[in-house]
Design a protein around this ligand. Structure first.
Ligand code: E4P
Length: 224
């Protein structure tokens, strides 16, 4: 499973990349807004310089021509840029057209298996089902991942399933069990994957015992 961080924050991206487990980054207009007064295209380029992997950058046009123009411009920024296209009628058309121009895409805002089927048929490189937002309305986001995995397997679609809107480690675990290709998560969630009290307690016990062992060796050497 590939790990992406879902952030436009350069410090977080650097820290995740330093861990050596980062395969890419996803951004969206809301995440870019959180970074304040930055030039969007320049910012995407800076992200691409930090991470050796795919970086999703989203169009904001909602009509076919606008999405194509923005998609082509984003594609020019860096080879690793993947153009994020919303799952609407003109978006489906743009996915096909961008694919024909050799521009890679991530189809975003997916909330149903039939939307995912359309995106795959249109040639999307990634499909982004938003798990957390489905859970937020008392439904089960993970069922959507299971269903997309099954549908894509049934027909041999190459579109990678990018589990998005991940909120906690259990989402990551369940997406991995379901066979999602990628999990994109906030940096905080990535660090939470490390957490286990038995690891902390176990390490402390090993370190304490090691100190006691060294003390005992020292005492014995003193007695000789
Ligand atoms: C995915 O690419 C989106 O940027 C993201 O996962 C949305 O997550 P949210 O529902 O926490 O905003």
């Amino acid at each position: 499973m590939k790990f992406f961080v879902d952030t436009a924050n350069l410090d977080e991206i650097r820290e995740a990349a330093d861990m050596g487990v980062l395969d890419g980054v996803t951004t969206n207009p809301s995440l870019v807004k959180e970074e304040g007064n930055v030039d969007f295209h320049e910012h995407v380029f800076r992200i691409c310089e930090i991470v050796d992997g795919d970086v999703s950058a989203e169009v904001t046009a909602t009509d076919f021509d606008g999405m194509m123009d923005e998609g082509r411009t984003l594609h020019q920024i860096h080879d690793n840029v993947v153009v994020k296209i919303p799952l609407i009628k003109d978006g489906i058309k743009a996915l096909r057209a961008l694919d024909e121009e050799g521009i890679r895409t991530n189809c975003t805002l997916c909330f149903s298996p039939t939307q995912a089927l359309l995106a795959a048929k249109a040639g999307a490189d990634y499909i982004s089902p938003f798990i957390g937002r489905i859970d937020d309305i008392s439904s089960d986001g993970m069922t959507l991942i299971d269903e997309i995995v099954q549908i894509y397997d049934n027909y041999g679609f190459d579109t990678e399933i990018l589990a998005a809107s991940i909120r906690h480690p259990t989402h990551v675990k369940r997406a991995a069990l379901a066979g999602a290709d990628v999990a994109t998560m906030p940096f905080e969630t990535l660090t939470k994957l490390l957490n286990h009290p038995l690891t902390d307690n176990g390490l402390q016990r090993f370190l304490d015992d090691w100190e006691a062992y060294k003390e005992a060796r020292k005492a014995e050497a003193g007695m000789e």
